[in-house]
Design a protein around this ligand. Structure first.
Ligand code: ASP
Length: 315
């Protein structure tokens, strides 16, 4: 009953981005599902020189595919901070052990999700930030990329656009502006019923240098507990952090006895909008292997492969 769902951010998606985003999501979901059902390692899948648990690998693989997509705000395509630089956050969680690894404010690497996994698997810690995270990447032999390689024309355009606003972070999810907030994420369940989740982002255009959003915080940007479900979130990071969106959605699902996954997401996203005025979206896989998504923004690119093997996608 392996199943996967991925997202590429919740926002007002312009028409010309809809197809490439949807195709990118489909590719990520299919590759992850294939890796999962075949029990392939990431090395076999040809993406990363790194692999252990096939389940976590499938989530890492899906997020890597999305991090490589230039229209998505993660890895290549990350938005720019107030200094015009890329600072990325990522988290990966293993719902069988409740272990997780995350990085914040990391620079000059292509796949923050893989570094987050190394934090989880190869250190006694759960989070590394900034210089320390990059130092760890160097130690692990993660290839450094030229900072400009991560920067796209769209990210530069968003930077120029948001320069006009004074309170960028508060405005982004609450105005009809489509630029600059398409974080990526994936959640998967394997044939044994274990669940993993991951999220990766460049954050929000013109964020203050050193700003960390919800993404690398457990229970905010993602969470997984194989006894209940797994979640990856996107949206206004400060709002997500204030209401612990991922944890809240999981608790709501548990209170509903695992029934109505979309209802659980809808309730917690509704709470976030009512209580702190923030919009966003989330994807979920339940312990029964059901996939669900919900968003309070105008759109969210997503794709899933269900436990029956059916591929679905939407915007
Ligand atoms: N949640 C991310 C952040 O605030 C942004 C996003 O989801 O697009 O950093």
């Amino acid at each position: 009953m392996a199943a996967v769902i991925v997202h590429a951010g919740a926002y007002d998606i312009p028409d010309h981005e809809a197809d490439p985003l949807r195709e990118g999501c489909k590719k990520a979901a299919q590759e992850a599902h294939k890796a999962l059902t075949e029990g392939k390692s990431a090395v076999d899948a040809g993406k990363m020189p790194y692999s252990r648990c096939p389940l976590v690998t499938s989530v890492e693989l899906a997020v890597c595919v999305l991090e490589d997509h230039p229209l998505m705000d993660a890895g290549h395509g990350s938005v720019l901070n107030a200094a015009g630089e890329v600072e990325m956050d990522a988290i990966i969680t293993d719902g069988s052990s409740l272990n997780f690894g995350s990085v914040a404010g990391v620079r000059n690497i292509s796949h923050p999700i893989s570094l987050a996994r190394m934090v989880m698997d190869d250190t006694p810690h759960v989070m590394l930030i900034g210089v320390g995270a990059n130092l760890f990447a160097k130690e692990k032999g993660v290839p450094e990329v030229d900072p400009d390689e991560l920067v796209t024309a769209e990210a530069k355009e968003a930077y120029q656009t948001f320069k006009q606003y004074s309170s960028v972070v508060d405005n982004v999810f609450n105005i009809d502006n489509h630029l600059g907030h398409d974080t990526v994420g994936a959640v998967a369940i394997d044939l044994c019923g274990n669940i993993a989740a991951g999220t990766s982002t460049g954050g929000i255009s013109l964020k203050r240098v050193g700003r960390v959003g919800d993404c690398p915080l457990i229970g905010c940007g993602a969470i997984a507990d194989s006894g209940v479900g797994g979640i990856s979130c996107t949206g206004h990071g400060e709002s997500i952090a204030k209401v612990l969106l991922a944890q809240r959605s999981l608790s709501t699902l548990q209170a509903k006895n695992g029934i109505d996954a979309e209802g659980a997401l809808s309730e917690s996203l509704g709470y976030m909008l009512d209580r702190v005025g923030g919009r966003g979206g989330a994807i979920m896989v339940t312990k029964e292997g059901c996939v669900a998504r919900h968003y309070t923004t105008k759109g969210m690119a997503w794709a899933s492969v269900s436990k029956t093997g059916q591929l679905d996608s939407g915007i």
